[in-house]
Design a protein. Structure first.
Length: 457
């Protein structure tokens, strides 16, 4: 082995190189400068740079750095083109699944690139699980009256006031870089939380089964503790007229082995997923209507994430003229406000927004206002706004198949891409992901990368 002269002894070259300090430290770069550089990198690069030195690894693992990176990622998203993920084929009818595919899409063009593919089993709570999920039957995408009747052995018939098909269909929820997915298979209690950037996946402890087999969940970060939590509403029992019923609620902190019961909702909760905005999670509810007391009147509830209690929330004005069965109800977040997606016609959608605060600047509590009206050139079954870009455009997922963009200033609808027929899904720079024939469903969500763990945080 050759020695290098002039360094005080016969030290092997290879061994001496292993002892060289990291380039940043050798150059005398201050630690706070290194921190600012790392904060501006993609999560994939940050994770790679953990191997540079023990100090860098400790810096990245520090909860303070995790919070700073999340803040930087969230604020940078507002100034850049939209960052979105396509959840390809999630919850397909009549398909057995044990895999989640996350594809990055920049909001233009016809190419989506695989961010990460995850597999799991019922006993695996990690991203590198070897097994596939144990799916006992077809995914239950549309829940019609016949399915509801089967769900309770005939206790609910075609006259039931609960029409889940008219309410939202269980959207994936995003919170601080984590994605919450619920199974749409009837009676399944499976809930998954994943971080596509860090490639973590956890299957949550089984929640309380719902009487109709349909789980209703919210996803939020507790600002007082910093913990990420899931809230779950479930029906204990309900007669066919929806006059005699009981509904419960429970909360799970990520990393906890059990769900914790909290205050019961006062009315039947109808939507399956709900956003958290300014300390509250919002639900479309079925209110008792005199003189029968049957839950036929639509209303809204707010779950305060601090007090963990429910309270009534003002409804948009058009809901006063509706029966519960006529509600096309989707709640989402739009530019920091609560957004209600109202479809008054087969080809038209209205976006109503409200301050989610208990009292707005003018006093008197939150008030709803019509944000915009979008008219498509064709009819649709579902239309879901999922992000608001920095140029004043709103992206929509229509029928879990096509992405549209509405320019609010110009009042123009632009067709972006058909995710079924036009999109090319790349699993690498050279290889495409080929699809079988079938009815595929694609969800799209706004997304910000983070280092937040799917375990206790």
């Amino acid at each position: 082995m050759m020695n290098h002269p002039g360094h005080g002894g016969d030290v092997p070259v290879a061994k001496r190189r292993r002892c060289v300090e990291p380039a940043g430290a050798a150059a005398g770069i201050p630690e706070d400068v290194v921190e600012q550089i790392l904060l501006r990198l993609p999560v994939k690069s940050i994770l790679r740079f953990r191997s540079v030195s023990k100090s860098w690894r400790a810096m990245v693992a520090d909860p303070r750095f995790v919070r700073l990176q999340l803040h930087h990622s969230t604020t940078a998203t507002r100034r850049r083109p939209p960052s979105m993920l396509i959840l390809s084929d999630w919850n397909m009818p009549q398909e057995q699944m044990g895999t989640i595919c996350f594809f990055r899409y920049p909001g233009h063009g016809v190419a989506a690139v695989l961010a990460h593919e995850m597999t799991w089993s019922s006993t695996v709570a990690a991203a590198d699980g070897d097994g596939a999920a144990d799916w006992d039957g077809a995914a239950d995408w549309d829940i019609d009256d016949d399915n509801l009747e089967d769900a309770v052995d005939g206790d609910v018939d075609d006259d039931s006031n609960i029409d889940y098909e008219a309410i939202d269909r269980g959207l994936p929820l995003h919170c601080n870089g984590l994605v919450l997915l619920r199974s749409m298979e009837k009676y399944s209690t499976m809930l998954l939380v994943c971080n596509p950037a860090t490639k973590e996946l956890a299957e949550l402890p089984a929640c309380t089964p719902d009487y109709f087999g349909v789980q209703a969940v919210g996803f939020y970060a507790d600002q007082s503790t910093g913990k990420t939590k899931v809230v779950h509403c479930f029906i204990r029992h309900c007669d066919k007229t929806c006059t005699d019923y009981s509904i419960g609620c429970e909360v799970l902190s990520l990393g906890s082995p059990v769900w914790r019961p909290v205050a019961d909702p006062p009315y039947l909760v109808m939507n399956k997923t709900s956003p958290c905005i300014l300390g509250g999670i919002y639900w479309i509810a079925g209110l008792p209507s005199p003189p029968t007391g049957s839950c036929t009147t639509p209303g809204m509830l707010r779950f305060d994430v601090c007090s963990e209690e429910f309270a009534s929330f003002p409804s948009p004005p058009f809901m006063e003229r509706q029966e519960l069965g006529d509600v096309y109800g989707v709640l989402t977040e739009l530019a920091g406000k609560l957004c209600y997606v109202h479809a008054p016609a087969d080809d038209k959608v209205e976006l109503w927004t409200a301050s989610a605060a208990a009292n707005d600047e003018g006093g008197g509590g939150p008030r709803w206002s019509l944000h915009c009206t979008v008219v498509l050139s064709h009819s649709f079954d579902t239309i879901l706004p999922f992000t608001y870009d920095y140029q004043g455009g709103i992206f929509f997922n229509v029928d879990c198949a096509t992405i549209y963009r509405y320019d609010v200033e110009r009042r123009v609808v632009e067709r972006v891409v058909d995710m079924l027929e036009e999109m090319t899904y790349f699993i690498s720079s050279r290889y495409k992901l080929y699809r079988r024939d079938g009815e595929w469903r694609h969800h799209v969500i706004q997304y910000s990368e983070s280092l937040v763990s799917v375990q206790a945080n």
